[in-house]
Write a protein that binds this ligand. Sequence first.
Ligand SMILES: [Zn+2]
Length: 288
Amino acid sequence: MKDIDWDSHESELKKIKGLYKISIHKLIHKWQPTNKMVQRNEKRAIHTANCTECEEVDDQLHYIKCNSEYFEDARKYAWKKFRNVMKKYKRNETMIRIMWIGIKRWVYDELEEDIPRGDEVNDEQFKALKLAYQHQGDIGWSNFIVGRFSKHWSKYYELRLKEDEEKNGKVMAFARDLVRATWKFTLSVWGSHNEKVHGKNNKYSSRNVQGIQQCIREIYDNFKHRVSTEYEWLFREEARIRCDQSVPQMIGWLESVLICLVDMQDAIEVVTKSQRLLCRMSITSIFE
Ligand SMILES: [Zn+2]
């Protein structure tokens, strides 16, 4: 694991904020509310743990490897987002194509080693690309899709830069964009997963909405003045206003606030209660 480019991963992680940060944390720590997880947290087993599209269990990151047509299309669509982030790096089509091949071979458990060569790379650069591809295979493409990639991708990029003073900064910026692009890719497929599970128009029962409001008030009453400064922004609005917001907004707030409460011993009860409620409502699609 020492050959993973941790520097860019960690610095990108520090930069992101708010709900997006939470989505990324869930992704990299494998806490995404998949069907399996929702079912486990459900008192009455009304949800299936299986994937909506195939016979397999919908556990962490299943959606990224699911062989169904739906998820294949979702990945193709999501890859456009990856390319969008990386498009500022002109004439890097070969690298992007090779990454896509790597992901596809991993998804379908194909073991081929050959990779295509494009016009824009010279011998030395192609050698570097091959090395990056092999290395990523060793580290695992399952790491790539959560933004943990081989240092050799940056080494390849470095070879493509002319000698200049800002070379190091440019390589770092490239590596960080790569992290951002892979997160975008994976979260986009996750968004398709959620759309399929919940549909776009979720209806909320009034009992659940009241439950959410109750949790919000409880958290305000007991923890508003005790959270660290980093999280004070979450309490900028009054509880009354917070409880007047739309259901997805309330849920979003609750999801955010739970992260800052997990280390507080006396918050366990309200955290558990909220998590159950959120699972019951199975609302995940808003956290794309
Ligand atoms: Zn599946």
